[in-house]
Design a protein around this ligand. Structure first.
Ligand SMILES: Nc1ncnc2c1ncn2[C@@H]1O[C@H](COP(=O)(O)OP(=O)(O)OP(=O)(O)O)[C@@H](O)[C@H]1O
Ligand SMILES: [Mg+2]
Length: 230
């Protein structure tokens, strides 16, 4: 299968007053369409930074990210936002729901941005699939962490993205809720044929994807297949 994501010699440096910090150092890997990869590594090793660059939320200092054949570093912020809306779903480490919108409204935003019509039915269906049929009109502050994460998951899937980026999607959840959310993530992924790029500290979860990429100090120190598959 063709590669949906190609990362070549990616470097990210943050400059502060008198020193520069290299957070990603010459990172290269590619991901076949429809497969799943886990990115693991110690806190501060650059996982969230790498995910952000791959998803076009930020730009690299040097190197190339090609997503669905589009070179992200050549694009300005508006064009990257367009590519994200067309191809990407993102589940953030800390949910990032919009506090002034209800669960249903949060889920419909990406489709409204696309100018779609009938987005409400699709959003209701997804919220039903994540077990929140009776909480659609609640605001994020009225929902538990696990419920907010499930809203975030429904929002990430509403555009049927070709690539789903998930940053520690179960990191803030208790074990039972984490298991439910994980099952949902892999189920939705399988049903929709999405490519999954998952950041996790949980090696059990990582074993469900096809490959594990290990980062340390901003460098790739291993990239190995697993026995599992999404
Ligand atoms: N905007 C920024 N300015 C300066 N340094 C930054 C910035 N963003 C991230 N960093 C630094 O880059 C390094 C990697 O951060 P990153 O969030 O990618 O780590 P991580 O592997 O996701 O960690 P965790 O497991 O704790 O989530 C850290 O040392 C962090 O302080
Ligand atoms: Mg992180």
């Amino acid at each position: 299968m063709a590669d949906i994501l190609v990362v070549e010699n990616l470097t990210k440096t943050f400059d502060s007053s008198n020193k520069s910090l290299t957070v990603l150092d010459d990172v290269s890997f590619s991901v076949a369409e429809g497969s799943g990869i886990s990115i693991v590594g110690p806190s501060g090793s650059g996982k969230t930074t790498l995910l952000g660059l791959c998803a076009g939320l930020d730009v690299a200092t040097s190197g190339v990210v090609s997503l669905a054949g589009i070179k992200l570093n050549a694009l300005d912020e508006d064009d990257r936002a367009y590519v994200r809306n067309q191809h990407i779903g993102f589940i953030f480490q800390n949910f990032q729901l919009l506090p002034t919108l209800t669960a249903l409204e949060n889920v419909t935003v990406p489709l409204e941005l696309r100018g779609s019509k009938d987005y409400k039915d699709k959003a209701k269906d997804l919220l039903d699939r994540v077990g929140l049929a009776d909480r659609m009109d609640h605001y994020p502050s009225q929902l538990s962490g696990g419920e907010q994460q499930r809203v975030a998951m429904a929002r990430a899937f509403i555009t049927s993205p070709r690539v789903l980026f998930a940053d520690e999607p179960t990191g803030n959840l208790d074990e039972e809720t984490a298991n439910k959310v994980t099952e949902l993530l892999f189920d939705l992924n399988k049903q929709e044929g999405t490519t999954l790029i998952l950041v996790t500290h949980n090696m059990e979860l990582a074993a469900y994807t096809n490959r594990i990429l290990r980062l340390k100090g901003g460098k790739v120190i291993s990239d190995n297949p697993t026995n599992g598959a999404v």
